[in-house]
Write a protein that binds this ligand. Structure first.
Ligand SMILES: Cc1ncc(C[n+]2csc(CCOP(=O)(O)OP(=O)(O)O)c2C)c(N)n1
Ligand SMILES: [Mg+2]
Length: 637
């Protein structure tokens, strides 16, 4: 949806395709609820052949002549630049984002993982992938992948299944339609995700006479589809029949900025909420009707009510396997689902009754239709009591004194210390490892934008760049990144970007010399922590079970110019975190933690198949356990 541009009929302006892209992007706006936002905060880029003389030249010219049009930022790794854009877009509730430009071949294909991540999380990012010559005179060029079956194929075709919109601009005339299509998808809450424009390197530098109106300011209205009254009436009828209803609150609640509508709905009806990873923070953790995390990493409180629920109201959730505990979490024989979602794909899941609408519009309508309905006082009291009991367990784990009796601190103690220093509106960022599970289950979120765990793709390496995006979007909030040593090693590169731009992120690096998460998973699946510890190859056994590797990640971080605090004790950690919070610069707090410590958690299951036959006892035992859990699975439709 776009408002009309002012008429410049007949006038043209001669620009390269690269210059036209920059000028166009700098003039796009989004609008929701009457508030206008510049759609692109800027463009991240790493140059090489393919974009240096096209988009690179255009960005330089803009920086010198019109610095606010589309400010350029440098990244170290193309995947990381996409993560920055994703972190930014999520913090901005999908109303604003960044563009990312990369060079031909590896520069562009490095963005593939970021594209998948953005699309899975339904977050808008614009990827400007450089492509091989349209003219093909000099083919094959450096970094061109040749296919014997078709000369028009390049590595960028791999973006097609990962993007919600893909177009390759072989000719300048194709550019206006490609740009408008890209904006339509980026600003559509149903379709949004990675949008990729593949721009051949010769075309980027080619001049064209563009109609002036292409560059007029355009405002893309982000709509709020309203529910049909008949649909609301039927949804209310289903809910009225419930004695133990439960809401599953997903990321869509927050993206729709429907948190207050959700609060009003639950307070009027007494229906408790449970939260997915993206939905964490839908309500403050201590709201008496917030049961906290649901599913495989859910709290015992939420999972208890999930098992009992006769009507489940999914709001803005895509019902991932972590949310449904691989479809074991619903145990009521007649459980029914009512799903409020802008996306039909999600609204129809679990054979639910679909309310295809915006949560901010649907919730008040449903509350009105449910006038007079409320869960019982005993039910509400039990909700509050179970939530409180779990919170007491969480707080106890923060103060367990584990580190006093062991070589290293426990992860729960570290999380308690981090939470202790944070203001309610500060943001915790994470993505992969054992931390997301602990954070989902245990983090005491106090603000609707205070929790940012990327768990659609759970991509190791998202943490640091994602946090940079969050901080760029919310400079008034301190951003604490919790990252394991494995994820850190995948992508520490953007520490350099944080230093370069003076972006204050506080990285808390938990060094446990391996993969606590996959180690525990492997053990539960009968695979004995195989391949999950960072150990020397042992000359005697021939296996990777020698001494610890002498990696010093604190030194590694220091070498990138960031201030580093090394902590061994809880007291040192608390001091370091306080200093980090008080400072203005990015910094990294390095702390050793126990690889085999397991935080308190609920009993949610996650379906990861176990070998059906094996010569190992550990695997056979795991298979027996696996089959028991599988019997609880409700393979709904
Ligand atoms: C890019 C990527 N590769 C592999 C995985 C699978 N994986 C999930 S967690 C994990 C280990 C994480 O290790 P670390 O960051 O040290 O955290 P810890 O498990 O020790 O808490 C792996 C390999 C992933 N999520 N992302
Ligand atoms: Mg680790």
């Amino acid at each position: 949806m776009t408002s009309a541009a002012t008429s410049h009929a007949g006038q043209t302006v001669r620009l390269t395709v690269g210059q036209a892209v920059v000028r166009f992007l700098g003039n796009q706006y989004s609008e929701r609820d009457g508030v206008r936002h510049k759609l692109f905060a800027g463009c991240f880029g790493i140059f090489g052949h393919g974009n240096v003389a096209g988009l690179g030249q255009a960005l330089l010219q803009a920086e010198l002549e019109e610095p606010d049009l589309l400010p350029y930022h440098q990244g170290r790794n193309e995947q990381a630049m996409v993560h920055i854009a994703v972190g930014y877009a999520r913090q901005k509730d999908r109303l604003e984002t960044f563009a990312v430009t990369a060079s031909v071949g590896p520069g562009s294909s490095n963005m593939l993982t970021g594209a998948a991540l953005a699309t899975i999380n339904r977050l808008p990012v614009l990827l400007l992938a450089s492509d091989i010559f349209a003219t093909r005179v000099a083919s094959p060029v450096l970094q061109e992948l040749e296919q014997p079956f078709g000369y028009d194929v390049s590595v960028n075709d791999a973006f097609r299944p990962l993007s919600r919109f893909f177009d390759r601009v072989w000719r300048p005339e194709q550019l206006p339609a490609a740009l408008l299509g890209a904006m339509r998808v980026l600003t559509d809450p149903v379709d949004t995700g990675a949008v990729t424009l593949a721009l051949p390197e010769d075309v980027q530098a080619e001049a064209w006479d563009w109609p002036v109106e292409l560059f007029a300011e355009r405002v893309w209205r982000i709509g709020r589809p309203v529910p049909e009254p008949e649909v609301i009436a039927r949804a209310a009828e289903i809910i009225r029949g419930a004695t133990a209803p439960l809401i599953v609150s997903g990321g869509g609640v927050t993206y729709a900025e429907a948190n207050e509508e959700l609060r009003a709905f639950v307070e009027a009806t007494g229906i408790p909420i449970s939260e997915t990873q993206a939905g964490k923070g839908s309500l403050p953790f201590d709201h008496p009707l917030n049961l906290g995390a649901i599913g495989a990493t859910g709290s015992p409180a939420a999972n208890h009510f999930a098992r009992r629920a006769d009507v489940v109201i999914g709001i803005g959730t895509r019902y991932s396997d972590f949310t449904t505990a691989s479809k074991t979490i619903w145990q009521h024989p007649d459980v029914q689902f009512v799903n409020i979602n802008v996306a039909g794909l999600d609204a129809f899941k679990l054979a639910g009754y679909p309310v295809v609408a915006d949560a901010k519009r649907a919730l008040p309508a449903l509350a009105t239709a449910l006038d007079g309905y409320s869960t019982g006082a005993d039910f509400r009291a039990e909700v509050a009591a179970r939530a409180k009991a779990w919170d007491a367990e969480v707080v106890a784990s923060h103060h367990s004194g584990y580190g006093d009796g062991h070589e290293f601190l426990s992860q729960a103690e570290v999380l308690g210390a981090v939470e202790g220093v944070m203001a309610p509106t500060d943001v915790v960022v994470c993505a992969a490892g054992s931390l997301p599970g602990d954070l989902h289950g245990m983090w005491r979120t106090r603000d609707r934008k205070g929790y940012h765990v990327e768990y659609g793709y759970s991509c190791m390496g998202y943490e640091i760049p994602g946090a940079i995006g969050v901080r760029l979007a919310a400079p008034d909030r301190d951003v604490f990144v919790t990252v394991g040593d494995g994820s850190y090693l995948m992508m520490p590169t953007e520490l350099v970007t944080a230093v370069q731009e003076g972006i204050k992120i506080i990285v808390v690096l938990l060094q446990n010399h391996g993969y606590a998460s996959i180690g525990a998973l492997a053990q539960s699946l009968g695979v004995q922590r195989f391949g999950t510890k960072y150990r020397y190859r042992n000359a005697e056994s021939g296996r990777l079970d020698g001494g610890k590797l002498p990696v010093d990640l604190a030194l590694n971080a220091e070498s990138m110019g960031i201030t580093v605090y090394r902590c061994k004790t809880l007291a040192e950690l608390k001091n370091a975190l306080a200093a980090a919070k008080a400072g203005d610069e990015p910094c990294l707090v390095h702390v050793d933690t126990d690889l085999e410590f397991e935080s308190p958690k609920g009993d949610g299951w996650w379906d990861v198949p176990v070998a059906q036959v094996s010569t190992l006892d550990s695997t056979q035992d795991a298979r027996t356990r696996y089959e028991k859990f599988r019997a609880d699975q409700k393979p709904y439709l």
